[in-house]
Design a protein around this ligand. Structure first.
Ligand code: FEO
Length: 395
């Protein structure tokens, strides 16, 4: 794909990765993009690079635009290798005058590439540099989602280059949000938030306040992954505001794995009880649903049920994986309950309860354990548990 001029003399020079399917545990079913941007003025600045296997594409695009001119600055908004992986090659070929990054950016670059000889220059929050007619202002976004992260704001263009924030893992031939299906766009955006940024929601809230206080007039948001928000940048800002508040909906997830379908029967009975209370319910079998897709559903759910049969004095490995993943992303404002069948020892339910306590979830039922196959009366008890938690969710 050729460079795309997204603003006067500002170009998308990124790469399309159609076939990547795993992003450290996150299923990227439709690939991703690594967006880098080039601002051409009296001085030329490159904002981030691309994942290393795509370095030649980046270099070709840059030369197509600048010919024999020199890149003055490489602005490293984020050091994670999907954005800095091509930096060693770029440094050799383009020989920029400066690498502009945060204090932590320099530290992280040194830890990755061990190049003391590169021309680093630390930039601070709020600092500006002039490229000629264009001014770049830096906004430090520490821990969103790495210690080094920052945004770059092109003042005259009202363009926010937002690093990983506001992105999606979605590879498309289109470059702008208003060229694609809106529902799919928001689904990818939600999945990205739920799996990458949820843990940092308090910082997202602070950042949105900071951006408001700084009075940034934003016409376009250009993230490092996925589509560029030119149609309605406020749409994604409002979505981040809502997601970072983590206000739960009247929605319940019944997440489970089963051995001989007893736990599944319990899951279905719980789902029926919730449905009777008019709660939006989703039953998610861990054999058929990937953890990162379930996490997307967790984003706005109010109640989480976790069900597992007991295996070898513990929970099923798939449930241990799921709970570990959810715990790492620290969702807030959830109520929950455990359930599961067992044969003789029955550790799964207490272990799930322990995990939910560690996640600071409000456990609204001590948990439902059933020996071997559930009888009709057991399934009625499961339905009652669903109804009870449905009622709690509506309070
Ligand atoms: Fe897209 Fe944090 O890297």
């Amino acid at each position: 794909m050729k460079p795309v001029e997204i603003e006067t003399n500002v170009y998308w020079v990124g790469a399309l990765d159609w076939n990547v399917r795993d992003f450290h545990g996150y299923t990227t079913n439709k690939g991703t993009t690594y967006n880098a941007y080039l601002a051409v003025d009296e001085k030329i600045a490159l904002f981030d690079t691309v994942k290393e296997p795509f370095r030649s594409e980046l270099i070709q695009k840059i030369f197509q635009i600048i010919g024999s001119r020199q890149v003055d600055y490489i602005i490293v908004n984020h050091v994670e290798p999907d954005h800095s992986g091509s930096l060693p090659a770029i440094m050799e070929i383009l020989k920029p005058k400066k690498i502009l990054c945060t204090f932590m950016g320099k530290k992280k670059l040194l830890e990755h590439y061990h190049r003391e000889d590169w021309p680093y220059e630390e930039v601070k929050h709020g600092q500006t540099i002039s490229l000629g007619r264009k001014t770049v202002q830096f906004i430090e976004t520490r821990m969103l989602h790495w210690p080094d992260s920052m945004f770059s704001y092109l003042v005259e263009d009202r363009l926010l280059i937002s690093s990983d924030a506001f992105g999606q893992h979605w590879c498309t031939s289109e470059r702008y949000d208003d060229e694609v299906d809106q529902s799919e766009l928001m689904k990818h955006s939600a999945k990205y938030y739920a799996n990458i940024l949820l843990l940092y929601s308090p910082l997202v809230k602070k950042l949105l306040e900071t951006v408001t206080k700084m009075g940034l007039d934003i016409n376009m948001i250009a993230p490092d992954h996925g589509l560029i928000w030119r149609g309605h940048p406020s749409k994604i800002i409002q979505a981040y505001d809502a997601w970072s508040n983590q206000k739960p909906k009247q929605k319940a997830l019944v997440i489970y794995d089963t051995m001989w379908r007893s736990t599944e029967k319990m899951a279905r009975a719980i789902g029926e009880g919730l449905t009777e209370e008019k709660i939006h319910v989703r039953l998610l079998d861990l054999k058929n649903n990937h953890r990162s897709d379930i996490m997307t559903e967790v984003l706005d759910a109010g109640a989480l049920f976790f069900g597992s049969a007991t295996l070898n004095n513990g929970m099923l490995p798939s449930m241990a994986d799921m709970l570990h993943y959810v715990r790492g992303l620290r969702p807030q404002n959830k109520i929950g309950a455990a359930f599961g069948s067992y044969g003789w020892s029955g550790e799964a339910v207490p272990l799930i309860n322990q995990a939910m306590e560690e996640m600071k979830m409000k456990i609204v039922d001590p948990g439902m354990k059933i020996k071997h196959f559930p009888a009709q009366k057991d399934l009625e008890t499961c339905q009652e548990m669903g109804r009870k938690i449905g009622k709690t969710l509506k309070e």
